[in-house]
Design a protein around this ligand. Structure first.
Ligand code: 5AD
Ligand code: SF4
Length: 453
């Protein structure tokens, strides 16, 4: 997970400045773009420098305790800033939803808005400035809000790859997860507004679109006598814009259907990468996590993916040290990782979130040092597996969508292959936004090194 700061400079210095910081997942990045769109409509202009901002928006994450600790740290910075010049500080997103009034009590905070309240931001700001109205809060969750009619104002740096939220919320109550409480129930966005947004992006020169949702496989839109599932949406998008490369995340192992896999296989412009969080290799843990699948089910899905798309990259999320996890459960995770051979993984140690099923019903009984040791073992193993997987790419030719100049050298570019693997190669006249045909000549556990053809 990365942090994303405002990247476009103030367009018009006469307009009030809006500084946005985004934490957490890609959904939040997209939400910040929705917020920017709403506030631009009110006359604000994005600025890079918080010292020049009239409004600061912090889009927060609540998934693990350390995500929230960072925000408390930022709030102290804003408290100092407020001593220098008047600025309105809005805390939005998942942590705003979870902690509500507690955040409002912080001296730096003026406005608290949850993930379904962004349309209310202009009113909250107005109320705040009307004398005597004090701090403002709106954390009402909705069962319908999808921001379908709002065209997000893109904040990405490269103008190549963009995100479209296709659904919001989550109906899976995984016992460790705070998301159902912060983002509410699942709702799918009208497919026509998704396709329209994709067309807009294509018209603006974007080359790659990521379809986003907490659980994209349960995308289901019903209306006007039609029922559109995720496979149908993917197919329509791939056919409507054959020059655009589509990706999606996140998939859920219990829901990813053969129909989706067949659709991926049928279209060259749907990238061959699936992010399929497993969380644990122990069926006993999976049961306690309420994941609704077991180790065998997960391995069957992997077999099916590989049968239909042998070249498809698979990445995952893993949690170390969930409640009651034994050494045997932990070894089950390590052995599953070996068996699958993930191309990459996001790996975390369990962090109890207040209010979740796990916090209410189980004891967070794995000692901190055991969690850390297990996490380190998982990370070490994954580094080895990622390197092995990348080595298998050496000698292969692939098409890489160029995202920019490599950090290491001005004369090198980087981009992603269909597998989502980052690939670095000599520029040789290629430019950002173009496809380069390359042959992989080497690798690290994180990067493919290639030459152009
Ligand atoms: N503690 C640690 N990791 C968590 N995740 C979700 N909730 C928690 C938690 N309480 C991880 C899962 C999920 C990813 C986005 O974050 O692996 O897939
Ligand atoms: Fe994204 Fe989940 Fe963090 Fe919310 S809690 S920002 S949905 S990762």
């Amino acid at each position: 997970m990365k942090d994303f700061k405002s990247v476009r400079p103030i367009i018009d210095e006469k307009r009030p400045g809006l500084y946005i910081e985004t934490y957490g997942c890609q959904m939040n990045v997209n939400d910040s773009e929705v917020i920017l769109s709403i506030l631009e409509g009110q006359g604000y202009a994005l600025c890079e420098d918080m010292d020049r901002a009239d409004i600061i928006v912090i889009n927060t994450c609540a998934i693990r305790d350390n995500a929230e600790q960072r925000i408390w740290g930022r709030l102290d910075v804003f408290r100092q800033l407020k001593k220098k010049h008047p600025v309105t500080v809005c805390i939005v997103g998942c942590m705003a939803e979870r902690l509500k009034d507690k955040l409002l009590e912080h001296p730096a905070v003026d406005i608290v808005a949850g993930p379904d309240s962004y349309r209310e931001l202009p009113a909250l700001i107005r109320n705040l400035s009307e004398a005597g109205n004090g701090k403002q809060i709106n954390v009402i969750l909705s069962s319908e809000e999808t921001y379908a009619d709002i065209s997000p104002v893109r904040m990405d740096k490269n103008g190549v790859s963009a995100y479209i939220s296709i659904m919001r919320g989550c109906n899976n109550v995984c016992s460790y997860c705070v998301v159902p409480y912060t983002r509410g129930v699942e709702r799918s966005r009208d497919y026509r507004s998704i396709l329209r947004e994709a067309e807009e992006l294509a018209a603006n020169g974007y080359k790659e679109i990521n379809l986003l949702g907490q659980n994209v496989d349960s995308y289901l839109w019903k209306g006007d006598g039609q029922t559109i599932n995720f496979a149908a949406l993917l197919k329509m998008a791939a056919e409507l814009l054959p020059e655009i490369r589509f990706r999606f995340s996140t998939s859920h192992p219990k829901d990813i259907s053969n129909e989706v896999l067949d659709t991926m296989a049928a279209y060259d412009n749907i990238c061959k990468h699936i992010h399929l969080p497993v969380q644990s290799g122990s069926s006993r843990m999976l049961e306690l996590m309420r994941r609704k699948y077991d180790r065998e089910w997960y391995l069957e899905r992997i077999r099916k993916i590989r049968e239909i798309m042998p070249e498809c990259a698979i990445t995952t999320d893993i949690i170390a040290g969930f409640c009651t996890e034994t050494e045997e459960d932990h070894r089950d995770t390590l052995s599953l990782m070996e068996e699958v051979g993930f191309d990459g993984a996001f790996m975390f140690q369990y962090s109890e979130r207040p209010g979740t099923l796990a916090a209410r019903h189980y004891q967070d009984d794995v000692p901190e040092e055991t969690k850390t040791r297990r996490l380190n073992e998982i990370i070490q193993l994954q580094n080895r597996i990622s390197l092995e997987r990348n080595r298998k790419e050496i000698g292969k030719r692939m098409s890489v969508l160029i995202e920019g100049v490599s950090k290491r050298s001005e004369s090198e570019l980087f981009g992603r292959a269909s597998s989502n693997k980052v690939c670095v190669f000599p520029a040789n006249g290629y430019k950002t936004g173009e496809y380069a045909e390359v042959e992989v000549t080497g690798c690290t556990s994180a990067t493919l090194i290639a030459k152009t053809l």
